[in-house]
Design a protein around this ligand. Structure first.
Ligand SMILES: Cc1cc2nc3c(=O)[nH]c(=O)nc-3n(C[C@H](O)[C@H](O)[C@H](O)COP(=O)(O)OP(=O)(O)OC[C@H]3O[C@@H](n4cnc5c(N)ncnc54)[C@H](O)[C@@H]3O)c2cc1C
Length: 355
């Protein structure tokens, strides 16, 4: 059985950045990822400050094609019928980014491997804590390992990994997404956000010439049958102005994908020799547009914390940080949703007002 200092479960941005930094610092690191990065991933828009986070970990090239492209403007229709534009021209960091998350996440995991982490793909991880606090890591490929510290970076939808980790969901949101092929040269690289009665849409133009439009809505509102769901989604899209205009000339999608978009946080996100980071610690509402930035930031703070503090102190600090940040996050979220009052009587918006 191989011994590691850190076993990281989940190679999303948080887990891969943590594994990269730990491997560079000379630790023995296992990075286990349950997928092959074979499916589309969501969370495409990163704020300008994200560039600085990538520079900090030495991966500036991930801001460019095929991983990323500049998105210098955010245009929203929220709380009124007029569109509001925010240009990043004054940002000291430069433009915001649109990322192809499938390519981006895969490249980040390979960067961790190149730094020395032992990357295992298609390998779901589960931990069994030992009496001395260390962990046996049970891997889907059958080759179990031993690790001193377990890092839980399994995102907002990661299942039970065997740790005494508990999380609380803050809403019942779901993302219903369609990819569009964009006619060459026909698309402005902007982020568009627009509220509709059943939720809100965002549209991002990906570096590879396609665009993704996602309706964030409440899970019980989404029809179960595929054909019904597509019809319902297209009807919701028809209620937009800005997004519909931007997609003019694109072929109507034939299928949709659905993803968990619930906000949540770890009620218990750290304990003896284990720590949750990224969405596994706090999974923000997609409206924040900050999840990927926070995931990398979390990895940087966590590596500093676990290599500079005693274990008990690190876990306490991390749990206290979560409590502080959740309070701030809930206030910010409530403020953002309270600004949209045009659809007050619609069940999606009624629900947001009570959270
Ligand atoms: C619809 C939607 C839209 C969003 N839009 C934005 C946006 O525009 N901008 C933004 O910044 N953020 C956005 N986000 C949030 C952003 O995607 C996340 O905050 C970010 O991906 C968090 O990174 P992470 O590494 O913590 O988790 P994830 O990216 O979820 O990565 C978790 C990884 O763990 C793996 N995994 C899970 N369980 C196991 C296991 N047991 N063993 C091994 N591997 C496992 C998964 O396969 C995955 O690779 C959005 C989220 C949603 C749902």
């Amino acid at each position: 059985m191989t011994d590691y200092d850190f076993a990281v479960a989940g190679a999303g941005p948080a887990g891969s950045a943590f594994a990269l930094l730990a491997a560079r610092a000379g630790y023995r690191v296992l990075l286990a990822e349950r997928s092959h990065f074979e499916k589309a991933r969501f969370g495409e828009t990163a704020p300008p400050e994200f560039r600085a986070a990538l520079t900090r970990i030495g991966l500036d090239h991930l801001t460019r094609a095929p991983y990323g492209r500049d998105a210098p403007e955010l245009v929203s229709v929220w709380g009124g019928d007029q569109s509001l534009s925010r240009n990043h021209i004054l940002s000291p960091f430069g433009a915001a980014l649109h990322l192809d998350r499938q390519k981006f996440d895969e490249a980040l995991a390979f960067a961790a491997r190149d730094a020395g982490a032992d990357l295992r793909l298609a390998c779901r991880a589960r931990f069994v804590q030992q009496p001395d606090g260390s962990h046996i890591v049970q891997l889907r490929d059958g080759a179990d390992a031993r690790a001193t510290i377990a890092i839980l970076s399994t995102g907002r939808s990661g299942g039970n990994v065997g740790l005494p980790y508990t999380r609380r969901h803050l809403d019942d949101q779901i993302g219903v997404a369609a990819h569009f092929v964009v006619p060459a040269g026909d698309f402005k690289p902007r982020t568009l956000v627009e509220a509709v009665p059943s939720g809100w849409f965002y549209l991002s133009a990906l570096p590879t010439g396609s665009a993704v439009a996602i309706l964030v809505t409440s899970a019980p509102l989404v029809p179960r049958g595929r054909a019904q769901r597509l019809r319902w989604w297209l009807e919701a899209l028809a209620r937009t102005g800005l997004i519909r205009a931007a997609l003019h000339g694109c072929r109507i999608p034939e299928k949709l994908s659905v993803c968990d978009a619930r906000g949540s946080y770890a009620l218990r996100g750290a304990g003896k020799n284990w720590l949750a980071i990224g969405d596994a610690r706090i999974a923000p509402d997609p409206l924040s547009g900050q999840g990927i930035h926070w995931a990398i930031d979390d990895a940087c703070s966590a590596i500093e914390l676990v290599t500079s503090s005693g274990w008990g102190e690190a876990a306490d600090k991390m749990n206290a940080k979560t409590a502080r940040e959740v309070e701030q996050y809930r206030a910010d979220r409530q403020f953002a949703y309270s600004r949209e009052r045009r659809f007050e009587s619609e069940s999606y918006w009624t629900m947001q007002a009570t959270l």
